[in-house]
Every structure is written in C-alpha cells, then in structure tokens.
Design a protein around this ligand. Structure first.
Ligand code: HEM
Length: 352
C-alpha cells in the first residue's frame, strides 16, 4: 500500500508517521576548501532595515502570504527552506533557482531543471510567486526575489514552531542560472562527512554550521530513491545499513521496495513530528533513526557527534544556532547593484 505520495495531503503523511510509529512500537524517539568563489561575505552588504524607506512593510506583506500558505499546505514550509538552501549553494542567494528554462531557450537549461533539483516541491516556488505579487502591488520594482525567498524561509521556520530570527536584506537577483552548475554544488544523500565538509567549507560554512543547518531535516520528506540503497544494499554490501534501527528498517522497506516501487512515495525525515520544526532530528540520529546516510553519519563521526549530542539535549541552543547559521548561509555569494544583479518583476524571468 503506497503510504504517501508527494502530491498527497498532510492527512496521508500523518498516516505514515502513525504507521512508522506503530511499527517502531513505542520507541522512545521523540520520534580546506576547494574553490572559494561562493564564500559568505561580511554582512556589511546586507541589513535588516534595507527596505525601511522603500518598502517598510515588506516583512508583513510576505508574512500575509506565508501564514496563509502554511495553513493551506504545510509542506510549503520544508519546500521553501530547501529551495532557499539550493538557491544559496548554487551561484549564491540570488533567486537563480527560480528562473524558468523557457526564457533561456532550449540551449541552456536553468538550475531549476537540473536533475538534483527535480524533487524541489512546487509549493516553494508557488509561495515565492504569491509573495512577490503582493509585494509588487505595494512596492513595485523594489524588493528582490532573493530577499523574498530568504524572508519566506524564515517565516516558515517560525510558523512550524522554530525560532524567529531577523533576516538581513539587500540581495539582488542573479543574471545567470545554469543547470550545469548544480551537481557539483548540491550534496548527495550518500555523502560522507568528509564530502559534506569539503562542500560546506567551500561556501564558508563550518563543521558546526553543517550540523546545525542539517537540523532543517527535522521536518519534510524524502523520496525512497534517496535512501533505498540503505535498506537493501548499503554501499554494495548486499545488506542493509547495519546502523539503521531494525524497526525503522522494516517500516521503510514496506513503503520502498528494492526495485519497481512507486517513485512518488516519500517518508518523513522525523517520524514523530514531520511538520514541526523542533530539535527531534538530533534525538532521532542518536536513536539510529536518521533517514539519509548523510544525516546518520553526523552522529557517528567523532568530529560531528558531540555537536549532535549537544543539540539533541538543548532545543534553545539549536534554535539560536539555526538562526545564526541561516544568516550565514543567506550571505553566500550575495550580489549587489546593476553590474552583477537585477530586480526581477517576475521571479521566473530575467529582466531583458
Ligand atoms: C547536509 C547535506 C544535505 C543533504 C545531503 C540533503 C539532502 C536532501 C535530500 C536527498 C532530500 C530529499 C529530497 C526528496 O527526496 O524530495 C532533502 C530534503 C530536504 N532538505 Fe536537505 N540536504 C542537506 C542539507 C540541507 C540543508 C542545509 C537544508 C536547509 C537549511 C535542507 C533542507 C531540506 C528540507 C527542508 C527538506 C525537505 C523538503 C520537502 O519536504 O519538500 N537540507 N535534503
């Protein structure tokens, strides 16, 4: 029985959580760098009050959309935060992820259409599109799509129960969006801690930032293809990943067969509270309930394990660190001014 498809409602996803919980049978789970081109810059470029004169109500305008979207479709939360992450890691936080390939012609596909981005949920794009429409109606031509994405991501973290942090603004939208730039900048679900560290440090992010930002996997969902090899043939061993909790293994195997399963089925990152932004992710890792190999690895590697333990114990510490790490991630490769950037009217199309 397919448990949850990416287009299905929160009702079915909750069914999956319940299913996993039942199967977990009352477990105690709260259920060096390479290139340095994309580094974070000092935040003197960005400021919380950037639109104080030109669009003082920008946060409220965006908030009216995000709160409505969150009510209608809670998956908009994880969808938008992941969208922001994929935007920032490729060409910097410049809304290059939102560009549609159509305008660029067939010759050059945009980032959005790269294989690593094909699972980004439409709800994230939709949320930015709606927020942009309401912002344009009050402050035409002023607020960048990149800032709208950064503010929306913050709103959803908070709406889902996570911390509220100030978002610094002043990003311009990027003039380049190329699918070919994506693969080398987005981490894979089977990355080792070494591989994760190389990628994150190439963006100016630290070991701690890696562990803290991965905490975004405290909500949202992943398709079977991203963890199915752990269930049947872990790193070519013809056996499941020995670390995975046997009850979680059984539950996931029911939803994700080795071959020929429904490609739309997803499982929650956090089996108990898949829509809540809390610190359960870290407790789950300690209980061997990580969904992706890259998540579980963080609680096994001696460099990252102590950070996982500290965050599992202390929700406030996680919340404080998450806001700070999102500010750092939100500063990657920021563009300013007409030479390098644009202010799009329609976030999916470059200005001509
Ligand atoms: C550390 C390396 C990371 C890896 C390997 C990774 C990988 C993945 C994968 C494979 C998925 C599932 C996609 C799908 O099947 O649809 C996913 C989902 C997600 N990721 Fe990550 N990710 C990483 C870091 C991050 C960061 C830094 C953030 C944000 C700060 C983030 C936020 C999310 C969210 C919220 C989802 C759920 C999306 C949804 O339900 O629509 N991830 N990630």
């Amino acid at each position: 029985m397919p448990v949850l498809t990416s287009s299905s409602s929160s009702f079915t996803s909750i069914s999956l959580s319940i299913l996993l919980l039942l199967i977990l049978n009352n477990t105690t789970v709260i259920c060096s760098a390479t290139t340095r081109t994309n580094m974070t810059r000092p935040n003197r470029q960005l400021s919380v009050n950037y639109y104080a004169k030109s669009c003082p109500q920008v946060d409220q305008l965006i908030g009216s959309i995000t709160s409505q979207q969150f009510k209608e479709s809670p998956v908009s939360g994880p969808a938008t935060i992941r969208l922001f992450f994929h935007d920032c890691f490729v060409e910097g936080c410049d809304a290059s992820i939102i560009i549609s390939s159509k305008q660029q012609g067939n010759k050059m596909l945009a980032e959005k259409d790269a294989p690593d981005n094909k699972d980004l949920r439409e709800e994230g794009f939709e949320s930015v599109r709606k927020a942009k429409a309401v912002v344009e109606s009050k402050c035409p031509g002023v607020v960048s799509c990149a800032d709208i994405l950064a503010i929306s991501a913050r709103d959803y973290v908070h709406l889902a129960g996570g911390p509220y942090y100030q978002v610094k603004k002043g990003r311009w939208d990027g003039k380049i969006s190329m699918a070919s730039k994506v693969a080398s900048n987005i981490p894979q679900a089977n990355f080792t801690v070494d591989q994760l560290l190389i990628l994150f440090s190439s963006k100016g992010l630290t070991l701690e930032d890696l562990v803290v930002l991965s905490g975004a996997h405290t909500f949202g969902f992943a398709h079977c293809q991203n963890f199915v090899s752990r269930l049947y043939d872990y790193r070519g061993s013809k056996n499941p990943d020995p670390i995975i909790d046997p009850r979680l293994l059984r539950a996931l195997r029911m939803s994700c067969p080795h071959y020929g399963g429904n490609a739309d089925i997803v499982a929650p990152f956090d089996v108990t509270t898949p829509f809540v932004f809390d610190h359960a992710y870290y407790g789950n890792l300690e209980a061997k309930l990580g969904l992706l190999a890259s998540d579980q690895a963080l609680s096994l590697d001696p460099r990252t394990k102590p950070i996982v333990q500290a965050l599992a114990k202390d929700k406030q510490k996680f919340f404080q660190a998450f806001g700070a790490a999102m500010e750092k991630m939100g500063s990657i490769g920021v563009k300013r001014g007409r030479k390098h950037g644009e202010k799009r009217k329609d976030c999916s199309m470059h200005m001509l």
